[in-house]
Design a protein around this ligand. Structure first.
Ligand code: BGC
Length: 386
């Protein structure tokens, strides 16, 4: 019940933020209202307000089904809303569904989308390996599949992949740590890694990019990981779950940092950063010994934390841009248009190399958030001041 209420509040908040923020840059955000199935009566005013702002384009008779992982993370709410808005502007009918990180629920949703006559499937997987059978069903039914942000593994049923440079996200987090932590062999800093979900290819790529950057500092003793949990198998976080990260951080602080402070939490996602922050607060960390904390997605809350100094940096991913690239792929498979592709090598899913478009992730911290995030029309100054 509490979760539902939170979901409703979040949905309403995100709708509001989209109307106030992204709408300015990406056109009106009317479809955001429908993007939140959990938002019922409470969110209705936002829905009505949104509906007034954009007249839907005439239907072109084609239905695009969009399967998203969860509404519990702000970025996926933006992604769903942007996809719906941009597809509807082109006259497509959109069936947008979220599976709340329940793998089986996502399988069922996609089965239902196929049965309901979708002409194209856009999928941001929860566990990409779990979708192999349902993707084969789509292929048999002649329905093209596009992977959204997360690569669909072990299938030849996927036509294109729209994403951010996932290894680049890790590289940029790593570069940031190397450039800003001030660690040297004579004055070492302690570090722990909080990586993403093992069933998400992005998490592995991020880890690879991060390690490439920090390995030399680990090798020369500038960085010290007291738990020794440097292998991905030891530091990943199933479903990118905040509570899991919090518990692991609490455990690490108790076991390895009783006598010495933890200086750097290398977190792969803002949600994991929040988990670490709770653990650090619980362990008595204050401004005086607060560690450097990284993240990903530049969520509204994370950006506020960057301003207040609680989080050091995040990786901004403009979901409006990602949606627009994905939409060109939908048009390609449905109308025979040519989508823009900029990578035909990196994304081997175990069966095929999927033609991809990689958007550029941008590191943000207190020095550049105004220019990048406010300047880019992602959040307004007012939203960040609330
Ligand atoms: C996305 C990240 C996101 C994470 C958790 C990844 O697949 O690329 O942007 O932070 O999932 O939702």
């Amino acid at each position: 019940m509490k979760k539902k209420l939170l979901s409703v509040l979040m949905s309403a908040a995100v709708v509001a933020s989209l109307l106030a923020g992204c709408g300015a840059a990406a056109g009106t955000a009317a479809p955001a209202a429908d993007a939140a199935p959990a938002a019922t009566e409470e969110a209705a005013p936002a829905a009505d307000a949104a509906a007034d702002t954009a007249a839907p384009a005439a239907s072109n008779g084609k239905k695009v089904a969009v399967a998203m992982p969860t509404q519990s993370s702000e970025r996926w709410m933006h992604d769903g809303a942007n996809m719906k808005e941009q597809l509807e502007a082109l006259g497509y009918e959109v069936d947008l569904q979220y599976a709340e990180d329940d793998v089986q629920a996502q399988v069922s949703q996609i089965e239902n989308m196929i049965a309901a006559g979708a002409n194209c499937l856009v999928i941001a997987a929860i566990d990409s390996d779990a979708l192999v059978n349902v993707e084969a069903q789509a292929k048999d039914a002649g329905i093209p599949v596009i992977a959204y942000d997360r690569l669909l593994m072990n299938t030849d049923a996927v036509s294109y992949y729209a994403t951010f440079d996932n290894k680049g996200v890790g590289t940029k987090i790593g570069e940031y740590i190397v450039q800003h932590c001030g660690a040297t062999p004579d004055a070492p800093k302690t570090i722990e890694l909080f990586m993403g979900s093992p069933d998400d290819n992005n998490a592995h790529m991020l880890y690879a990019g991060l390690m490439e950057q920090i390995q030399p500092l680990l090798d020369d003793g500038s960085l010290v990981c007291k738990s020794g949990q440097l292998a991905f198998d030891d530091n990943n976080t199933l479903r990118w779950d905040q509570q899991t990260a919090m518990k692991r951080c609490e455990d690490l602080l108790t076991r390895y940092y009783a006598d010495e402070d933890l200086d750097i939490c290398a977190c792969a996602y803002d949600g994991l950063s929040y988990g670490c922050m709770s653990a650090l607060e619980g362990a008595g960390y204050t401004e005086a010994n607060w560690p450097m904390i990284t993240g990903q997605d530049a969520e509204l809350m994370a950006t506020k934390h960057i301003i207040s100094g609680k989080q050091t940096m995040s990786i901004y991913k403009d979901t409006r841009l990602l949606a627009s690239k994905c939409v060109t792929m939908v048009q390609a498979v449905l109308e025979g248009a040519e989508p823009e592709i900029n990578d035909t090598e990196q994304y081997n899913n175990g069966k095929i190399v999927v033609p991809s478009y990689l958007c550029e992730p941008v590191p943000v911290d207190k020095d550049n958030y105004k220019e990048v995030i406010i300047g880019g029309g992602y959040y307004t100054e007012e939203q960040l001041a609330e």
